[in-house]
Write a protein that binds this ligand. Structure first.
Ligand SMILES: Cc1cc2nc3c(=O)[nH]c(=O)nc-3n(C[C@H](O)[C@H](O)[C@H](O)COP(=O)(O)O)c2cc1C
Ligand code: SF4
Ligand code: SF4
Length: 268
């Protein structure tokens, strides 16, 4: 058996949790470990060939309470071929809403057998204070315990479809940010600005999961921005920033309203 860590992770929180769970499960089972990171566009041109005796720990973040919709075309092309799967979503301390049940259902439709699932907390893509530093040591210790339970279930052969909280995919719409008056905030066209601190190192262009930052001129965008936070958080000079009032209002509201510590949810 090979245990895979397969994930999309713009700011690294999904990568951390999925890798911890997959590596721990592999160690418990004495199985081989492999990983497939489909964050960058080139990696979404293909997917690994899975087999029925593989186990795939499969992770995405939660965006607007769901699996990021830009990933849906790729996700439907991945073939499970009967491999076992453990869907994992990360969320930024608000809520994962229907993201986990949606990811479970996508994987089942792809021919995987999802028999355990979990939602973990990661520092919010928009913020340095909301769930700052998470997943932290407590989260990763829980990820290790969850992986041990996953390995035990496999040893016992208990691999029925896992029940997950949330409604069936499609029943609840995407989470909608709103302004003070209750009007929807539309941030679809918002993109980060670039300050004079930029030294044209090109890191942001290399890190953009949409391939949308022009490598020749990082102030120029050649595609859509999904506000994933990769360029903002990875710029060594803090040169990428937002000044859109709707985006900044939504960010401040999230930081104010969701200060309590949200805990992971494990389904096993
Ligand atoms: C566009 C967008 C929408 C998001 N929506 C939610 C949400 O509905 N609930 C939540 O708790 N976190 C939300 N987040 C935060 C991410 O789910 C969270 O920060 C996650 O850990 C990021 O994963 P990554 O580090 O693998 O990119 C959102 C982030 C982005 C960029
Ligand atoms: S990562 Fe920062 S410094 Fe480097 S090119 Fe991008 S904006 Fe400029
Ligand atoms: S430009 Fe947008 S999509 Fe690309 S890395 Fe920056 S925030 Fe993410």
């Amino acid at each position: 058996m090979t245990v895979w860590a397969m994930y999309w992770s713009a700011t690294g929180t999904t990568e951390k949790v999925v890798t911890t769970i997959a590596q721990t499960t592999a160690a418990c089972l004495g199985a081989a470990f492999q990983s497939y990171d489909f964050t960058l566009p080139g990696m979404r041109e293909h997917a690994p060939e899975f087999m029925a005796d593989d186990l795939v720990v499969f992770g995405t973040p939660t965006y607007a309470g769901r699996v990021p919709n830009v990933l849906l075309p790729y996700l439907t092309t991945v073939r499970g071929n009967g491999a076992l799967a453990v869907p994992i979503v990360l969320f930024g301390n608000r809520n994962f809403d229907d993201a986990l049940i949606e990811l479970r259902d996508i994987l089942a439709a792809d021919g995987f057998r999802p028999f355990a699932a979990a939602a973990f907390v990661g520092e919010h893509s928009f913020s340095n204070t909301l769930a700052a530093g998470r997943p932290d040591a407590d989260d990763l210790a829980l990820a290790v315990r969850f992986a041990e339970q996953v390995a035990n279930r496999l040893r016992d052969g208990r691999v029925d479809l896992i029940e997950v909280d949330g409604r069936a995919e499609g029943q609840r719409t995407y989470y909608q940010p709103r302004d003070r008056a209750g009007n929807p905030i539309d941030i679809r066209r918002v993109k980060p600005n670039t300050s004079d601190a930029c030294d044209d190192c090109g890191l942001c262009a290399a890190a953009c999961p949409m391939g949308s930052i022009d490598l020749q001129d990082v102030r120029n965008y050649v595609g859509i921005c999904i506000k994933c936070g990769a360029c903002v958080k990875k710029c060594p000079h803090g040169a990428k920033y937002y000044d859109d009032s709707g985006y900044l209002y939504h960010k401040a509201e999230l930081e104010a309203e969701y200060q309590r510590r949200a805990e992971p949810s494990c389904y096993i």
